[in-house]
Ligand binder design. Structure first.
Ligand SMILES: N[C@@H](CCC(=O)N[C@@H](CS)C(=O)NCC(=O)O)C(=O)O
Length: 215
């Protein structure tokens, strides 16, 4: 049974797409137009009661929340494709640590920036320069910690590419692309080299090429 991924054109679903490609799992995508409110259709709400994407259907198994889905496939296919979870329980601990950092410290200011700079204007709202400045500063502080970390190891959890790095791809692409805030990455030598490395993986290039979405 081929895995179905809903909402490939948006940021969070791309976390799932790139994970499935790294793991060599076959999938198909089901486009959904959030700007037309297709995520509020009763049929979709049966799959994802919060009305957001991604959600996957794998046979009769349904799962939402992009990081939960990525963890699920990284574990389910641990011995297939790229190992994204580390070889030891200690490595796994570090992968989990940086996944949490991505979700709770890195993602929120980028998400707020995306709403101010890209999504809001598409819905007719005017960007608030004060909010933009505040979130750029918040993100800058997080990236200073990344800069220090990445001076000690090539990737976030150690010297291996993991789910923690992968999880940063969608929103960072957005940041350096449509949001035009590439300086936040380029001003930091180690973060810049890390970004060049992870964003040049064939899996990610394929996602951006096939589902450019808002980037
Ligand atoms: N924590 C969720 C966030 C999902 C999310 O916010 N998705 C956006 C698209 S990138 C969405 O569906 N927005 C429309 C909405 O929530 O109404 C995840 O990682 O899956």
């Amino acid at each position: 049974m081929v895995v179905k991924v809903f909402g490939p054109d948006y940021g969070n679903p791309k976390r799932v797409l790139v994970c499935l490609i790294e793991k060599g799992v076959e999938f198909e995508t089901v486009p959904l137009d959030l700007f037309k409110g297709e995520n509020r259709a009763p049929e979709f709400l049966k799959l994802q009661p919060f009305g957001s994407v991604p959600v996957i259907q794998d046979g009769d198994y349904t799962l939402f929340e992009s990081r939960a889905i990525a963890r699920y496939y990284a574990e389910k296919y641990k011995h297939q494709g790229t190992d994204l979870l580390g070889k030891t329980i200690e490595e796994r601990g570090l992968v989990e640590q940086w996944l949490e950092v991505e979700a709770h410290s890195y993602n929120p200011p980028i998400n707020d920036l995306a709403h101010e700079i890209v999504v809001g204007p598409l819905r007719g709202l005017t960007p608030d320069p004060k909010l933009i400045k505040e979130n750029e500063e918040k993100l800058g502080k997080v990236l200073d910690i990344y800069e220090e970390r990445l001076s000690k190891s090539k990737y976030l959890a150690g010297d291996f590419f993991s789910l923690a790095d992968l999880s940063h791809l969608p929103m960072t692409q957005y940041l350096v692309g449509k949001m035009e805030k590439e300086y936040l990455i380029r001003d930091r030598k180690n973060v810049s080299a890390w970004w060049d490395d992870i964003s040049s993986r064939p899996s990610w290039k394929k996602v951006v090429e096939l589902w450019p979405g808002l980037y």
